[in-house]
Design a protein around this ligand. Structure first.
Ligand code: FAD
Length: 463
């Protein structure tokens, strides 16, 4: 059925590679598309979009399949998988980088690190750069340089009618606003982006410290206070409740540290942390930035991608209190599987909230602290108890949460995903959706099109 001009790969259900090609990061999401295409160019994407429309097939887009709610896949869809477009090219002046939509952070680092450059990137090297940027993009460099979406200079995009357009501050500026925080699967196929690069020293300070779980009541509020200190602004820390070593070690509070600062400031902070409560493990020092960014890769590579998952996402309405830290510890100590994790790792402050930050669709800049509950399990028989545990924990924490959620950590249990993901920006996003994709060609279960009914009408009276 594919036109001869299509230069990429087409995979049908008859192929031996089919089962592997249908897999997403989250094993719980298990759909059989109609057909999977792997374009090699923007022209291929145009052909795929037009063919899907002609055949009446729903379209889904996949970067690397890491959306926890499986938005990249649906039954009987035409899946456009971008993983055969992975070029990463640093500009001559090293101020920016061109990244195709299938490239991951591993490929990005392999090209940019030798140039002494990087940008705000994700903690898992297998996630696609474009998928991360379109969601908003939290990373260790965020408090120094801004969110991942703040690094976007322009994007090349294939629209609902198959046209190829450039999206930037000057061209299609409304869409440029929308892509930065709400671009995942809502407006078109981003085939490549150009991102701002920053100079990074050869070695940065970073690593992890781990405490026994019963120290959470001291460590968590202390880190919350630290994140609000002016001096700590260019540094980052992530707090995780996880077994350490993962997944079979002791239940622990694991803090991950990072600073590009050459002086000893972060090391002195870590010394202070050790005085709050004696850690059971300290692994900090000077490392290449990419190594610090990938500290959790071994866990994810060995375990994460073979697990069923149910992720809950939220934000606290004020710095996490001692009582909340204890409540989380209590739930974590009763986690239904050794793979479960709870992350307090969506930083704010520093360059993320700097007043000159350009306005865009990412709605959570000023949230206090992010929460992710990762209920992960191996055996599908454990699904009910694993999902119940995550639901009960988020319910117990709900008095202290804002009701917002991060689209990158999509939560398929949310009643109204778009409102939680986009907050006050939702009305403007629906206007832009109608302008660029009135027939909701680019859709998924929690997409903007969910709020637009019957080809151009709407549920909210937004016209
Ligand atoms: C293990 C793990 C670690 C993570 N770490 C971080 C982190 O450190 N910081 C952070 O902010 N987030 C993080 N995330 C979240 C992740 O960045 C987002 O879920 C991101 O959107 C995933 O992109 P993807 O291409 O890998 O996923 P996919 O599931 O392939 O795609 C995600 C969404 O984007 C759409 N999409 C994919 N490609 C395109 C395209 N080319 N054009 C338009 N839409 C497209 C898909 O349809 C889908 O709706 C992590 C997720 C996981 C599972």
């Amino acid at each position: 059925m594919f036109p001869e001009a299509f230069t990429g790969r087409v995979l049908s259900r008859r192929s031996d590679e089919w089962p592997a090609a249908c897999r997403l990061f989250n094993k719980r999401i298990d759909h059989q598309p109609n057909c999977i295409v792997f374009p090699k160019s923007a022209d291929d994407v145009t052909l795929a979009v037009r063919l899907a429309r002609a055949e009446g097939l729903e379209i889904r887009l996949r970067g690397s399949g890491h959306n926890p709610a499986g938005h990249a896949m649906a039954a009987d869809c035409l899946l456009i998988d971008m993983s055969h477009m992975r070029r990463v090219v640093v500009s001559r002046d090293r101020q920016s980088v061109f990244v195709e939509a299938g490239a991951t952070w591993a490929e990005f680092d392999a090209t940019c690190a030798p140039c002494g450059r990087s940008t705000t990137g994700g903690s898992c090297s297998m996630v696609s750069v474009v998928g991360f940027v379109l969601a908003g993009g939290y990373g260790l460099l965020g408090r120094q340089f801004g969110m991942g979406c703040d690094q976007l200079l322009d994007a090349s995009l294939v629209t609902a009618d198959g046209s190829q357009i450039l999206v930037s501050e000057r061209q299609n500026a409304d869409l440029f606003w929308a892509l930065r925080g709400a671009g995942n699967g809502n407006f078109g196929v981003v085939t490549s982006v150009r991102l701002r690069l920053h100079k990074i020293p050869k070695q940065v300070t970073g690593g992890i410290t781990a405490w026994p779980l019963d120290q959470a009541e001291k460590i968590v509020p202390w880190t919350q206070n630290l994140l609000r200190q002016k001096e700590f602004e260019p540094c980052s820390l992530y707090v995780n409740y996880a077994r350490y070593p993962y997944p079979h070690g002791q239940p622990s509070i694991v803090v991950r540290w990072h600073s590009t600062d050459k002086n000893q400031y972060l090391m002195s902070v870590i010394e202070d942390a050790k005085k709050i409560a004696p850690p059971r493990l300290v692994r900090v020092g000077r490392f290449p930035y990419a190594a610090v960014q990938r500290f959790s890769d071994p866990d994810l590579l060995e375990f994460g991608q073979h697990l069923n998952g149910y992720w809950k996402s939220g934000y606290f309405n004020k710095p996490i209190a001692q009582s909340e830290a204890v409540l989380i510890s209590d739930f974590f100590s009763r986690a239904p599987s050794a793979f479960c994790r709870i992350h307090l790792d969506q930083p704010t402050g520093g360059a993320i909230t700097h007043p000159d930050r350009t306005d865009c669709a990412f709605a959570h800049r000023h949230q206090t602290t992010g929460l992710q509950i990762l209920s992960l399990w191996q055996d599908s028989a454990d699904q009910e108890k694993s999902m119940t545990w995550a639901n009960q924990l988020i319910d117990a924490l709900s008095p202290g949460l804002t009701g917002a959620a991060y689209a990158g950590y999509a939560d398929d249990g949310l009643q109204n995903g778009p409102a939680a993901y986009y907050g006050k920006n939702l009305a403007r996003l629906l206007q832009i959706k109608k302008a660029y994709d009135p027939e909701n060609i680019f859709c998924h279960a929690q997409g903007l099109g969910q709020l637009i009914t019957d080809r151009g009408g709407d549920r909210d009276g937004i016209s």
